[in-house]
Design a protein. Sequence first.
Length: 232
Amino acid sequence: MVSILCIIPARSGSKGIIDKNIKLFNGKPLLAWSIKQAQQSSYDMKIIVSTDSEEYATIAKQHGAEVPFLRPINISQDVSTDFECIEHAINWLHIKEQYNPDIILQLRPTQPLRKVEDINKCLDIFIQNRKKYDSLRSVVPFTKSPYKMYSIQNNTLVPLFKKVNDIDEPYNICRQTLPETYLHNGYIDIFNTDIIKKDTISGDKILPFLMKQTDTIDIDSISDWNKALMYI
């Protein structure tokens, strides 16, 4: 049996929707939906919420999650990374509780429509393959090919890719002839805890969990919020 730590990152200070992570979504604080999903999984796991807010911590505890610490303000900013959040949690639990999980399941609170069966399926797949892969990420097909994109340098368009496979100037080629690409949608992330030592939460070998664009809505704006409510 592998030990599983579920981390739900829920900092305060969101700009698009004020206090988004505790705003009531269909009667429950947004972060409570991810807690409930983890609780209903067929896998036994430790569930913690990483937050910088006492108010958020109280709400998370009311819904059954552990909040063993408050995340430091310096890694709870708009530009703070998932890696900083995860590394802090792992180090704190190792030092304070001598707790060292085998794998991490990251559930972002912006996915209230996440299906428990998808959590179970992803854990099944990753646990069976964790010796061959560093992590698993849910992805969706990306309709706008990155091979046709540019940056601007010194007021000049510069293609991001001048060649892909054996195709020259992919930015001048029909999208249908270019390789398929996929976008990380933040629905489910799983990874072996030991890759944290390599300063990564994805590693080099990432197992894809392929989804359709219509399978979920990641709430980032009020329009996303209203659209998600229509799927309840």
